[in-house]
Design a protein around this ligand. Structure first.
Ligand code: ATR
Length: 278
């Protein structure tokens, strides 16, 4: 095993910001590390991971579920979410799987943007992998209620069933969005923006001073952020901060120290084509 080798596995992976983020963290804390991006199609991922001699790895799309059976140990949160984004090699050479996406999301909202999640009435758009991590994390962070709306309603129901809190978690149909009242937390956890599709969302769902948050960043987040600005939501943010905070959580698992995230946030923010409101 190489003590200083780390990587992110995904497919596609060439636009990943993780190598840059981890290299800045390492420099900041004086920790020598190599962090590379490894393109791993699902068919060859297990073999590629076996050949990897590093101490830790991040796992991104579309491999976050596929990696579960390759872990000998899985954190409670990753097990509940059903997805792993952080692997740590244990002494006997097995992999432990964690999921830092949820903690990264909550930290971005509460620490960077200084917003309280407790008692909010939340709406999650989407019920895929990203939505699952967000839903569990927001409920753990104390939101009062969560409504899950997904294009394919069965997936929303499956997520609500997996959460198992019928008093706090409800599912509704997309077509009924304009009759659901308003929400003070609206999360776009769909992947629509990645394929440049726009969502049909009524303005009526946005409560005064609501937080509208897109788990994506860059061009993929632009349509939802533009819509949110027009609604005059109180706070509009993309997921760049979440990306950086989940990386910091992974870094802390591997190196035992949590880096400061502000400098790399500013660097990457200024390199993005579009700014969210800060
Ligand atoms: P991820 O890991 O990014 O969440 P995913 O598991 O493929 O990716 O989930 C993508 C989510 O975006 C799903 O909730 C999907 O809805 P379906 O379950 O109906 O497929 C949602 N999504 C993608 N494109 C969408 C669109 N154009 N309109 C609405 N929802 C969309």
């Amino acid at each position: 095993m190489s003590e200083s080798n780390f990587a992110v596995f995904g497919h596609p992976i060439r636009h990943s910001l993780s190598p840059r983020i981890h290299s800045v963290f390492g420099q900041q804390l004086g920790i020598a590390l190599q962090y590379t991006a490894i393109d791993a199609p699902p068919e060859t991922f297990a073999t590629q991971l076996q050949a990897f001699d590093g101490r830790g790895a991040n796992i991104t799309l579309p491999l976050k579920q596929a990696v579960l059976p390759l872990c000998a140990e899985i954190s409670d949160f990753a097990r509940r979410v059903g997805a792993v984004n952080t692997l740590t090699r244990r002494l006997d050479n097995h992999w432990r799987g964690d999921n830092t996406d949820g903690a990264g999301l909550v930290r971005d909202i509460t620490q960077r943007h200084g917003l309280d999640l407790r008692e909010r009435h939340g709406l999650i758009l989407g019920a895929g992998g990203a939505a699952r991590a967000a839903a569990f994390a927001l409920l753990d962070a104390g939101v009062a209620e969560l409504t899950i709306v997904n294009r394919t309603p069965e997936r929303a129901d499956a997520l609500a069933d997996a959460i198992g809190e019928p008093d706090r978690v409800h599912t509704r149909y997309w077509d009924d969005l304009d009759s659901l009242g308003n929400f003070d937390l609206i999360m776009n956890a769909t992947s629509a923006g990645h394929s440049r599709e726009s969502l049909q969302l009524p303005f009526a769902i946005v409560a005064p001073r609501a937080l509208c948050y897109d788990l994506s960043y860059g061009v993929a987040a632009s349509a939802f952020l533009a819509w949110a600005h027009v609604t005059k939501a109180g706070y509009v943010h993309d997921g760049l901060g979440m990306l950086i905070e989940q990386a910091a959580e992974s870094f802390a698992i591997w190196h035992g120290q949590r880096p400061d995230t502000d400098a790399v946030y500013e660097e990457l923010r200024s390199a993005l084509p579009l700014r969210a409101s800060d």
